[in-house]
Design a protein. Structure first.
Length: 303
């Protein structure tokens, strides 16, 4: 125990360092820890069975196979976020991959991106903790920022289970959180000697404009890999193409899979951005204007 406490509290502060503790503990360790518990509590109920431990290990093997391929080919690998009840397991796996494949002594750029859903009330605290973790364990930080896709189901589950909703009370709070997260990470990119990359996955024009304003204020070139922008294929083309034309790193995101799997995903994206249908109407208007402009140009050239 004294040796363990020296690892967990090397400065003798009397407090256990959470980041060090979380690195030492894995879900696979829980059965050995909880088997001697005298009473059944939350930790014991969360402990995986032998079968589940085996499944976790298989999942980690598959994830490392993908990450290793991405690392060798220099391709970024973005790991998505899910509902709150699944997210800790996803975070644990992603952090493991980042420490391995984003290590500053192995690569000069991040390979593995995690995802933060900015409709969550605690996301800024979570973000700051992960940034500190990347500095302490010497790996490049990379993430995708989204607003979130499970608002209704998360609120309904919170009400059913009797705990406070993890979702911001208003969409304005979510917008503010998203913009704050971008600004925080861009500023951090100037303060660290490691590469920081942020994927702004959003159809919100105001957030894009504010992200560009932060880049300009911090003196970050628009072609820098610090900030990427992405929109779904077939949506918000006016944003993506203008970003690309202006020299920013702009991407189109293409959902791929069977219709039964892809359609629910697209419906969640539409729910995530309540203004999406309004944006689509605006985009159709822009397309009509451009079409008429080209037709008039062609008629004028023919004449």
């Amino acid at each position: 125990m004294p040796e363990l406490m020296h690892i967990l509290d090397p400065e003798g502060t009397g407090q256990v360092d959470y980041i060090t503790w979380s690195k030492l503990l894995t879900p696979q360790d829980l059965p050995a820890i909880t088997k001697s518990c005298r009473e059944t509590g939350p930790l014991e109920r969360a402990t995986p069975t032998e079968e589940e431990v085996e499944l976790i290990e298989r999942m980690h093997e598959r994830a490392h196979s993908l990450a290793q391929e991405a690392f060798q080919s220099g391709t970024r690998l973005l790991i998505d976020a899910e509902q709150c009840r699944f997210q800790p397991a996803i975070d644990a796996l992603t952090l493991e991959l980042q420490q391995t494949y984003n290590a500053a002594d192995k690569t000069d750029m991040p390979i593995i991106f995690t995802t933060y859903q900015c409709y969550l009330k605690d996301i800024m605290e979570h973000l700051a903790l992960d940034v500190e973790r990347s500095e302490r364990f010497n790996y490049h930080f990379a993430c995708k920022l989204v607003r979130g896709a499970y608002m209704e189901s998360e609120r309904a589950r919170a009400e059913k289970m009797g705990y406070a909703s993890p979702i911001h009370n208003t969409v304005e709070d979510t917008h503010e959180c998203y913009n704050d997260a971008v600004a925080y990470l861009v500023r951090h990119s100037l303060e660290t000697d490691k590469q920081v990359e942020i994927m702004c996955a959003t159809h919100n024009q105001e957030s894009i404009e504010k992200a560009i304003a932060v880049m300009n204020k911090c003196g970050i070139d628009r072609s820098s890999p610090t900030l990427h922008f992405a929109q779904l294929y077939g949506m918000s083309d006016n944003l993506t193409y203008n970003l690309g034309k202006s020299g920013f790193r702009a991407y189109k995101y293409v959902p791929y899979g069977e219709v039964a799997e892809v359609m629910p995903y697209l419906m969640r994206r539409a729910q995530e951005n309540s203004a999406l249908m309004g944006n689509a109407s605006r985009e159709l208007s822009l397309l009509r204007t451009e079409l008429f402009r080209r037709i008039r140009g062609s008629i004028g050239m023919a004449a």
